[in-house]
Design a protein around this ligand. Structure first.
Ligand code: DX5
Ligand code: ZN
Length: 222
């Protein structure tokens, strides 16, 4: 798989429906960054916005929950029509959250910060639909890609391939035409991009450019 998930955090919040329709010719994944002002020092949007978007799109609404207490909000996201929820490994209760997401009919994702130890979270990978490796510390768009995350990315790719798990390997933060190649070679298959898509005059073309760069980079071992 090779897909770009544009992050609407970098879109104009007054025109979210238009922003999504602008990228839909090139992707069926839309990344929704939910921040609570506690887990990260920023406040963004929540389940009511997902419910509004749901009425305007059939795309996959991939919700990244940068919140301290996701267990209190998963039912709201399910009701709003979220397709996937990625809660952070750092908040704990991971096994319970995976089960809860599945019971509510959503894909279960786990996000890990750039400084998370692979050995501490790897046990959960085969049980996940999505593993979201952060390549910036979460909170804000437009930050620089942290190349040290290529190592856990490679290890996650190896574990997924060797275990036969169906987990989608997603990377988030600082993805651009300069960085997507190294992330692709290390095994990422779903690339979140905020500024590199909605910061460009033609977001659909920006997705085409990102995908082409990733294809040209190839995959290690191919
Ligand atoms: C960071 C968010 C990311 C971010 C991506 O806290 O989780 O999804 O908005 O933005 P760029 O692609 O600009 O780094
Ligand atoms: Zn995100």
């Amino acid at each position: 798989m090779l897909e770009i998930a544009p992050s609407i955090l970098s879109a104009d919040f007054a025109y979210l429906g238009d922003a999504i329709h602008a990228v839909e010719p090139e992707t069926s994944w839309i990344h929704v960054d939910v921040m609570d002002g506690h887990f990260v020092p920023n406040l963004t949007i929540g389940a009511p916005v997902v419910a509004s978007l749901r009425r305007h799109t059939k795309s996959i609404l991939d919700c990244h929950l940068m919140i301290t207490d996701p267990w209190d909000y998963l039912p709201d996201f399910a009701k709003a029509g979220a397709d996937s929820v990625s809660f952070h490994f750092e908040v704990g209760r991971t096994a319970e959250l995976i089960q809860m997401a599945h019971d509510l009919g959503m894909k279960a994702g786990m996000a890990v910060n750039p400084d998370a130890e692979f050995e501490h979270y790897s046990q959960y990978i085969p049980h996940l639909d999505l593993l979201l490796i952060m390549s910036v510390f979460p909170g804000f768009p437009g930050q620089a890609f942290i190349p040290e995350v290529l190592k856990p990315l490679r290890r996650a790719r190896e574990l997924i391939d060797s275990s036969g798990a169906q987990t989608i390997l997603e990377i988030d933060g600082g993805i651009s035409t300069e960085t997507i190649g190294s992330a692709r070679r290390a095994g990422a298959e779903l690339f979140v991009a905020g500024s590199a898509v909605f910061g460009k005059p033609d977001p659909a073309q920006a997705i085409i450019d990102l995908k082409e760069t990733a294809v040209l980079a190839g995959r290690e071992g191919d």
